[in-house]
Write a protein that binds this ligand. Structure first.
Ligand code: S3P
Length: 435
């Protein structure tokens, strides 16, 4: 386990490209592996999670090339669903919930046996949310803890189309059901309590699938011919850019630009909240690349005020709550985060972990069953903190350390590479050193 120490720099300046979007990188490799043809994926983030997706589809018989040079495209050579082969060994999804849940949906329709596992964190996470509806469609899925946790054993085969109401607005579960629906005998309809990220729908349509509806209700038709491979240009990850937006807003002498960030409206809740808090964030150079909107984002120092975060906003910023909690810790007035019980079943229990770690830095933070109440303080003080093996915790604490007084140490810092391999180098560059 490695530690990183951070001190507040005198100024924060610079421009950088955000690393490729993790959600879109997963979809680009998994869906193209299921499609027919050769696809070239530029901007694919070499994050541990996305490499898990690439490794798993390789074990299922698909040729995937991931050059070490991050500027070189990833190439996937798919032969349609029929090209998938029973894997010789257990499929290891590492820390990646997206890999495991998407593969559940894809493998539910494949007529062979497979076993999905992952690291200790992933093996604790809830999988009944995908297993229950996929079983209704006709797949056999068993797992630990009463079929609720990985390792999961799947025997796929003939599937029925179903109508299903998701209990939580989860893009991973929605996607798993759409992917199983492509292989069913009739239409599958998925209803969600609120809209969630729509990258799967966008990519499936570009590949020739029939997906009707949007927002809270989607219906997918079974494939009559395999999906068509599509080249993907992966935009910068707004979830990674969020760390720099909060750093730039909180630091008293900051101006930062993050270029080429994906600004799909299902992902930009963080921009809405930072603006509501009084942050100075400007959006320039808006364009659309390969079906996804992109922009350059510039942030400058500002005095933030507390806000309320809940309801339909939550799925639009679920992964950004750790760093927004850091913003709230230094805002004027209280911030209330509610309707976010999902945070308890992410890579760590993010509600408990944030409460514990931010308190070490001097924040006024209280835990609620479905969120946090954070009373803003004028300053944080450096402390020794722990990432809880959670990439977004590690990076949020690094941002807190870069605006706190004194030295902060983040233990378990290497876990940032799960979504953002160059995070610590980028932080060092923007801060002109970390000590
Ligand atoms: C993701 C969906 C979200 C998010 C995760 C990535 C995706 O999870 O937290 O980091 O790529 O679909 P849920 O679907 O569980 O909300």
């Amino acid at each position: 386990m490695s530690s990183q120490s951070i001190r507040r720099p005198a100024r924060v300046r610079g421009a950088l490209a955000a690393p490729g979007d993790k959600s879109i990188s997963h979809r680009a490799v998994l869906l193209n592996a299921f499609a027919q043809g050769r696809a070239s994926i530029t901007g694919f983030v070499r994050a541990a999670d996305c490499l898990s997706s690439a490794r798993c589809v390789r074990a299922l018989g698909v040729a995937v090339e991931v050059p070490d040079d991050p500027a070189a495209p990833v190439v996937v050579e798919g032969h349609g669903p029929e090209g998938w082969r029973e894997p010789e060994d257990v499929l290891d999804c590492g820390n990646s919930g997206t890999t495991m849940r998407f593969l559940c949906g894809l493998l539910a329709g494949r007529p062979f046996f497979s076993v999905l596992t992952g690291d200790a964190s992933l093996r604790r996470r809830p999988m009944a949310r995908v297993a229950v509806p996929l079983r209704q469609m006709g797949a056999m899925i068993h797992g630990r803890g009463g079929d609720r946790q990985a390792p999961l054993a799947i025997r796929g085969g003939a599937l029925r189309g179903i109508g299903y109401d998701l209990p939580v607005a989860s893009a991973q579960v929605k996607s798993a059901l759409l992917l199983a629906g492509l292989q069913a005998d009739g239409p599958t309809t998925v209803r969600s309590p609120a809209p969630s990220r729509d990258h799967t729908e966008r990519m499936l349509r570009a590949m020739g699938a029939t997906v009707a509806g949007d927002g809270t209700e989607l219906t997918v038709q079974p494939l009559t011919v395999p999906l068509r491979a599509v080249d993907v240009h992966v935009p910068g990850d707004v979830s990674s850019a969020a760390f720099w937006l909060v750093l730039g807003a909180l630091h008293p002498n900051a101006e930062l630009t993050v270029c080429g960030v994906g600004v799909n409206p299902t992902r930009t809740g963080v921009l809405d909240v930072l603006r509501a808090m009084g942050a100075d964030v400007s959006v320039a150079n808006e364009r659309e690349v390969a079906g996804e909107p992109l922009a350059d984002l510039t942030v400058r120092s500002a005095r933030l005020r507390g806000t309320e975060i809940g309801g339909a906003l939550i799925p639009r910023l679920i992964d950004e709550i750790p760093v927004l909690a850091v913003a709230a810790a230094l805002a004027e007035g209280p911030t209330v985060i509610r309707d976010a019980a999902e945070l308890r079943v992410k890579e760590s229990d993010r509600i408990a972990a944030l409460c514990h770690e931010l308190a070490r830095l001097g924040a006024a933070v209280a835990e609620r069953p479905d969120g946090l109440v954070i009373g803003g303080v004028r300053r944080l003080h450096g402390a020794v903190c722990e990432s809880h093996g959670d990439h977004r915790l590690a990076m949020a604490l690094a941002v807190a350390g870069a605006v706190a007084e004194g030295e902060t140490v983040v233990q378990g810092a290497e876990v940032a590479a799960v979504s953002y391999p160059g995070f610590w180098q980028d932080l060092e560059r923007l801060c002109g050193g970390l000590r």
